[in-house]
Design a protein around this ligand. Structure first.
Ligand code: FE2
Length: 185
């Protein structure tokens, strides 16, 4: 039987907490942990925004997601071990734990009260699909950012098409690489 959307959302929250604990413990590569946090939080937020919030008129959650995105961005740019990194990490941890607490104490119980079990499972399916779609797009972006140089011209063109880069059909391989790099920055 498919998992209901509340179970899936809570599972994501536990994973996020694990990643924060790992980052605080100083074990593992901080850059890799931040990248995993970024992917998970972004995919989770998009899926919640598309599948859950419209049903509950939860505008406040959107603001929390925006705040988390800004902090995630600072965390990604900061040097691990530095004060900026520590500051962004601390703020993000507070912001996310507030979001998790609020959802689990108010939003999800409301969803449970107002939605049938069958519907919760249908929502779960949609949530999972939306989340996976977002994760795939993020992995694609990360791969393009780290290893765009070894791609063939056809692959570069395909990426330029997805990024909707104008004039791509007339570009050389080098020009496509440059345009993609510019689109990413
Ligand atoms: Fe959430």
């Amino acid at each position: 039987m498919a998992a209901d959307v509340i179970t899936l959302i809570k599972a994501d929250h536990r994973k996020v907490e694990e990643l924060f604990a790992k980052l605080s413990s100083g074990r593992g590569d901080p850059r890799a942990i931040v990248a995993a946090l970024h992917a998970l939080l972004t995919a989770h937020a998009r899926a919640e925004e598309d599948v859950i919030y419209p049903r509950l008129d939860a505008h406040h959650g959107l603001e929390q997601h925006k705040e988390a995105e800004v902090l995630l961005d600072s965390l990604k740019r900061a040097e691990p071990g530095g004060t900026e990194f520590a500051g962004a990490h601390a703020l993000l941890a507070v912001s996310v734990s507030h979001h998790v607490q609020e959802e689990e104490s108010t939003l999800l119980p409301l969803l449970a009260r107002t939605t049938s079990e069958r519907e919760l499972r249908d929502l779960g399916r949609t949530f999972r699909q939306r989340r996976q779609q977002e994760l795939r797009a993020l992995t694609w972006k990360a791969r393009a950012a780290s290893g765009g140089g070894h791609l063939t011209k056809t692959e570069l063109y395909e990426r330029a098409r997805e990024a909707d880069i104008p004039g791509r059909s007339r570009m050389s391989k080098k020009e496509l690489e440059k345009a993609l790099a510019r689109a990413r920055s």
